[in-house]
Design a protein around this ligand. Sequence first.
Ligand code: 13P
Length: 249
Amino acid sequence: MARKRIIAGNWKMHSTISQSLDYIQTFSSFDVSDKVYLAVPYTAIHPAANACKDTNIVIGAQNMHPELKGAFTGEISIGMLKEAGAQFVLIGHSERRHVFKEDDSFINKKLLRAAEENFLSFFCIGETEQQRENNQTKEVLKNQLTLGLANISSKQMNNIIVAYEPVWAIGTGKTATPEMAQEAHSYIRACLAELYDDTIAQQLSILYGGSVKPDNIAELISQKDIDGALVGGASLKPDSFSQLVKNSG
Ligand code: 13P
């Protein structure tokens, strides 16, 4: 079975409600026929999800707390996200790991919660520049996969997409070469075959993220194990993101 091509945007801490609605209106006018995923700021989820009801844009969140409710000032639960209209969540993004010090076990709790709730997760992994220079890339990826996916069943893997985002390539303009990305993706697939089985490893979508732009997406996506992209900066403007989606086809 051929894996579906998936293009997702991560707006990070950009766009107010009105800016999000303007974006959606402009993006929709470009007649992009493929489904796209947009992880928007919390405040924009509800209005954006409403505005995207009859479109091929799927709105999601950038993070969530693993508990269903409680004394967690400033946090957000999966129930809140679902009712607001989010259809997916990013988990373990490198900025959550490195800026907000989230560790693998906390990320695992979030993945377990999303899986229990049949909610789609984009599980992000990736090595730092230092780890790559020290030849630790494979070890880091294997560790993040093993710890992050602990106790996630084979069936629950249906609701997980993996995003490989080398930390050194995020927001730096330094994209991994298609060959480097392919090597990492194929290794991730091998780890998934070991953790689960070949069928799951072959069916699971693995996206690349890190300085993906309209002019490098085609080459990245032409690699055998790259099934799509998680895009930061180039998803912030409707014209560049629509061009990127078109160039991925
Ligand atoms: P950039 O595309 O801006 O490098 O960001 C990638 C990213 O972090 C997507 O989640």
